[in-house]
Design a protein around this ligand. Structure first.
Ligand code: NAP
Ligand code: MG
Length: 472
């Protein structure tokens, strides 16, 4: 890759003004795998200028042409899929098989599907004597996290570009290398200069400068609720549009009569996916008192099938967490669960045997978790599952909705109708019914403190559009 000391502005890799650098560390062996510039406020200024200059041309490019260029982007991502997968495994610690399929593979499909959606989208409609126009919001500042680094970039950049917006991206400090490879794809696809710009750097410097920049019309953020609240307040004060995809503490509700083994196994697989670093991870399992001990037994047996190991090994299903900070944070949450009286039935706060190097944690299951405990309330972002007991359906619903978060949920029942009725009452933006398949066009986003706005599909595209009406 070219220009590791450079940022991508106005269609060119150019030296960063900021002289600090960020080392990227492989969480499996703690080795430095690359270095990128820590962009400064001056770099953000230059990037926003480039995005503003490119805006009129891109906004007036036919939507079908924009979609064509995004199809080309999908092709470039596909060409680099293996390289991208290895890179993300090295940056995040995601097991290589999952990296190929999901971290690197899914964004190829997502880009293609959203290009197609935008090609067919109606940007103008009549309403009585009015012509209603959906116009691009303008320059978008996109700030992304490290857990699904390419996917989260694509979820913002592709719909924003499809809508006719131009973008400045500030990716997570932990994962700038995949963002650089994405940028190489943007350039190779022939997307015009200045339409997409990349400034690597820290949240507190480059991120903050981007959020506060008067030339940015909208901030699209994915990350922690704490930072999301701050960004929302800064954007709100400037009357900027803001989209926030934040954390979660999602419930998996297993109703009496459901296939218990299937529901618990799926839940364990979900919570170890990407070492538990998924905002929509189902981290609270709610089981009826009669099925409870059996469910806990199944979980304990199942989680033993996920020993932590080297993510570069094709057989690995659970790698390290992404950083030393995350490792300490997860271990700390487990210690708190113990101190609060939760029953530890698998895992624990110790580093797994034979894992002295790398940021490994033990996949952990707590039983007898009650509503007040931190392991029931706080996002852990690690492979930690909490079992909670309910007495009847009403109790289950109250417990499921007893959260500051409302990102996702899941319900299992013998009868699909019963499951759908329950899902309708859940206070969250997305619900998986009896293990329903992931849909890349389904709107995704949170109720309550899990966020503002939606990503993906038509709803995701609409986030980047503003409405004008002409009365004729
Ligand atoms: P974070 O601090 O919220 O970071 C997300 C992004 O925001 C990163 O690019 C970050 O830069 C940037 N940022 C941080 N402070 C900023 C500021 N003041 N202004 C503008 N941008 C700023 O999340 P994190 O540190 O990566 O992880 C902390 C916790 O957040 C995790 O343990 C997890 O609970 C949660 N999280 C949730 C999601 C999700 O998908 N909902 C994803 C990741 C993390 P830096 O990279 O320099 O910090
Ligand atoms: Mg941070």
């Amino acid at each position: 890759m070219t220009g590791h000391d450079k940022v991508f502005i106005g269609g060119h890799w150019r030296p960063a003004v900021g002289t600090d650098a960020i080392d990227v560390v492989n969480p499996a062996d703690e080795q430095v795998i690359g270095t990128v510039p820590a962009g400064s406020a001056a770099d953000v200024d230059a990037a926003v200028d480039a995005a503003r200059s490119a805006l009129p041309g891109w906004a007036s490019t036919a939507p079908s042409r924009r979609a064509e260029l995004l199809m080309a982007l999908s092709g470039e991502l596909a060409l680099r899929q293996d390289r991208m997968a290895s890179l993300i495994t090295a940056e995040v610690g995601t097991p290589i098989g999952f990296s190929r399929r999901v971290q690197a593979g899914l964004p190829v499909t997502m880009t293609q599907l959203h290009a197609e959606l935008a090609a067919d989208f109606t940007f103008e409609q009549r309403a009585g004597n009015s012509l209603v126009l959906l116009e691009p919001v303008g320059v978008v500042g996109a700030i992304t996290p490290w857990n699904y680094p390419l996917y989260q970039v694509v979820c913002k950049v592709v719909p924003a570009l499809a809508a006719g917006c131009t973008v400045v991206l500030k990716p997570a400090e932990l994962t700038p290398l995949s963002a650089r490879l994405f940028t190489e794809c943007i350039a190779a696809a022939g997307i015009p200069e200045g339409v997409f710009n990349l400034v690597t750097g820290t949240g507190t410097e480059a991120g903050e400068a981007l959020v506060r920049h008067p030339g940015v019309d909208m901030v699209s953020f994915t990350g922690s609720t704490a930072v999301g609240k701050h960004i929302g307040s800064v954007a709100g004060a400037a009357v900027k549009r803001v989209a926030l995809e934040l954390g979660g503490k999602s419930a998996n509700v297993i109703l009496p009569g459901a296939d218990l083994a299937q529901a618990v196994r799926a839940n364990v697989a979900d919570v170890v996916r990407n070492a538990g670093q998924s905002c929509n991870a189902l981290t609270r399992t709610l089981v009826h008192a009669d099925d409870y001990e059996e469910a806990v037994r199944i979980a304990v047996a199942e989680i033993a099938a996920f020993p932590p190991g080297d993510p570069a090994d094709p057989d690995c299903r659970l790698g390290p967490v992404a950083s030393r900070t995350q490792q300490e944070k997860v271990r700390d949450h487990i210690r708190r669960g113990l101190a609060e009286g939760a029953r530890l039935v698998a895992g624990g706060p110790e580093v797994p045997d034979g894992c002295d190097k790398g940021y490994y944690v033990r996949p952990t299951v707590f039983a007898d978790v009650t509503a007040g405990m931190s392991v029931a309330r706080e996002e852990i972002f690690g492979p930690v599952l909490s079992f909670m007991r309910y007495e009847d359906e009403e109790d289950a619903l109250r417990m499921a909705n007893d959260s500051d978060y409302g990102l996702a949920g899941s319900v299992w029942a013998a009868d699909e109708k019963q499951a759908i009725t329950f899902a309708r009452s859940m206070a969250c933006g997305q619900v998986t019914v009896n293990g329903g398949a992931y849909n890349p066009l389904a709107p995704f986003g949170g109720y309550k403190q899990s966020g503002v706005g939606r990503e993906l599909g038509e709803h995701g595209l609409m986030e980047f559009l503003q409405t004008k009406s002409l009365q004729l």
